[in-house]
Design a protein around this ligand. Structure first.
Ligand code: 5RP
Length: 237
């Protein structure tokens, strides 16, 4: 991918699109608010943008420890979700998004906290680059957060259902742990033709904490196209 320079920072085209989407998302941040902030490289671009306007917000709720650390490092106060009244907006990235604005999330393993914060927020604004737009979800392995106790049995069930599960491991071959100290199992489905049925099946499997299908949860999607950010609104919400 060709390297380009944006505001003295060398970025590839994909990063440039992520940064453009993140910048546009600032339009949805109300003055004086406590906002929800997601996890991942696109969310990190949003945090960079928040740094410029940090005096205009009261603070943020983070969807992961990594995001909380990043927000604190730039001087933004991080609130416990239990202690805030309302969240006007939650801004986060995604791994895949289809034409119905259904999404796969959790590539960074933060899916459960992300879904909880998104469910509390009045408006969920997704920021992404154009590579995240798909006709059919599933090429990106679907993350599922699983309780470690008996996780092998859950994986066997997924295998029997043809879900092609793979326990997520780190570079040292150790199980990746979420912020909730659970495992992540990635389902290599290749295509998800019936997301609603799959979501129901997964959430009804004992041992599953949450899955990365975010169905009809997003309100607006900002796609950082090469021609500039494009905003799509979810007509079904
Ligand atoms: C983390 C997520 C991220 O939003 C998703 O993985 C996208 O990441 P990136 O912005 O780095 O492409 O769901 O759990």
């Amino acid at each position: 991918m060709a390297a380009v320079t944006v505001e003295n920072v060398s970025m590839n085209e994909q990063d440039k699109m992520k940064a453009a989407a993140a910048r546009k998302a600032i339009d949805y941040v109300p003055e004086g608010a406590i906002i929800g902030v997601g996890t991942g490289s696109t969310a990190n671009f949003f945090i960079d943008e928040l740094a410029r306007i940090k005096d205009r917000i009261e603070g943020a709720v983070a969807s992961s420890q990594a995001t909380a650390d990043r927000l604190k490092a730039i001087g933004i106060q991080v609130f416990d979700l239990n202690g805030v009244g309302e969240l006007p907006v939650y801004v986060d990235g995604c791994d895949e998004i289809n034409h119905y604005l259904h999404m796969i999330k959790g590539g960074g393993g933060a899916l459960t906290r992300e879904k909880i914060v998104a469910a509390v927020a009045r408006e969920f604004v997704c920021i992404c680059d154009a590579s995240k737009l798909v006709d059919v979800m599933g090429k990106f392995p679907l993350p599922v957060e699983v309780i470690p106790f008996g996780a092998g049995q859950v994986i066997k069930k997924f295998e029997a259902r043809g879900y092609k599960p793979v326990l997520r491991l780190d570079a040292d071959g150790k199980e990746v742990r979420t912020d909730e100290n659970n495992f992540v199992v990635d389902l290599h489905l290749e295509r998800i033709d019936h997301p609603q049925e799959l979501a129901e099946d997964l959430i009804n499997t004992v041992g599953v904490v949450e899955h990365g299908l975010f169905l009809n949860m997003v309100d607006k999607v900002i796609v950082g196209d090469p021609n500039g950010p494009r905003v799509m609104t979810n007509a079904n919400k």
